[in-house]
Design a protein around this ligand. Structure first.
Ligand code: FES
Length: 314
């Protein structure tokens, strides 16, 4: 993890019954500037461990004094989102990473097409606030569920007017991905953030329409989910470490004092790539090709299949 920053929680807002927004201000030094699409990794001290979850910054990058994130209470939470929702109060102090950007705007795009599903709206809030200042062209397509995941719906319509199209049961609109992509000029880039099935639907449709995948950008926002416990053998030191069901392999390695480079902790940046020589892996990353997965894994999200022991090149 990169340099950690002490912040205080200055505001908490219930955005929907499932989503809370948290505002952070620095305790000791000015916050670092960030570009739209950046995320921070928040350290959450839960029981006898620290869970590190990545959250997109949603505020205007021109704001210097605060960072804002929004957190959806996850059904299969290992405790991170539950802890933020139920334990964190205004005035509490937290450690977070410096902002990192793995989902930046493409500098050559003449028009930016954003497609968000539910809580995947967060990086686009920051992008759109920036683009509004810069006077650049964009549109947002936001699929959400009324009363659950329709965070910021009113604010979006108020602030961005006809740049925004909402798709929900209430307005009975459905997103037609093919029609949306077909009408784009070659200078448009598309960005997706939301559930896997939305990312796959858009990337699959773009491929079928002959889009260069250089014009398609996406960010998965999955945190590692709980799974069956397993053991991992470190080939170089011959140490065996146990990975409990609510730990990721990366967290178990860190707990054992084994440092593995990481940035996103969500299977997208490629930093934590680790070779393995034995064992069956449940690959949950969005980075490695099928061929690469035969010998490499991403310990931030991937686990051993039930009943196997992984032998890692560490
Ligand atoms: S830390 Fe980014 S892929 Fe694992």
């Amino acid at each position: 993890m990169n340099q950690s920053i002490a912040v205080s929680v200055t505001k908490i807002q219930q955005v929907t019954p499932m989503i809370k927004e948290f505002s952070f201000e620095a305790l000791h030094q000015p916050l670092m500037p960030f570009s739209s699409g950046s995320h921070v990794v928040v350290q959450l001290p839960i029981a006898d461990r620290i869970i590190r979850n990545a959250y997109s910054l949603l505020n205007d990058p021109y704001e210097q004094h605060q960072y804002q994130i929004a957190v959806r209470l996850q059904d299969n939470s290992r405790g991170g989102s539950k802890y933020l929702h139920e334990n964190i109060q205004v005035g509490d102090q937290l450690q977070i990473s410096a902002p990192l950007n793995l989902f930046s705007l493409h500098s050559q795009a003449q028009h930016h097409v954003f497609i968000a599903g539910g809580i995947g709206i967060t990086p686009f809030l920051s992008h759109m606030k920036y683009l509004l200042h810069a006077g650049h062209s964009f549109e947002l397509h936001y699929a959400c569920r009324d009363g659950i995941s329709n965070a910021y719906e009113d604010m979006l319509l108020q602030l961005f007017h006809d740049h925004v199209q909402i798709y929900s049961e209430k307005n009975q609109q459905r997103l037609d991905i093919q029609a949306l992509l077909q009408k784009q000029l070659l200078s448009s880039h598309v960005y997706i953030c939301g559930p896997d099935r939305l990312i796959q639907a858009v990337t699959g449709c773009a491929s079928a329409l002959g889009w260069s995948l250089k014009r398609v950008h996406w960010e998965a926002f999955t945190s590692p989910s709980a799974g069956a416990p397993f053991d991992a053998v470190l080939n170089k030191s011959q140490r065996k470490i146990h990975v409990p069901s609510d730990f990721s392999l990366l967290e178990a390695l860190e707990q054992a004092g084994v440092e593995v480079p990481n940035l996103c902790r969500g299977g997208v940046c490629g930093q934590c790539v680790t070779a393995y020589s034995q064992g069956e892996v449940e690959h949950l990353d969005h980075y490695l090709s099928v061929q690469e997965q035969a010998a490499q894994l991403m310990p931030c999200v991937s686990r051993a299949k039930q009943g196997t022991c992984l032998h890692l090149d560490l």
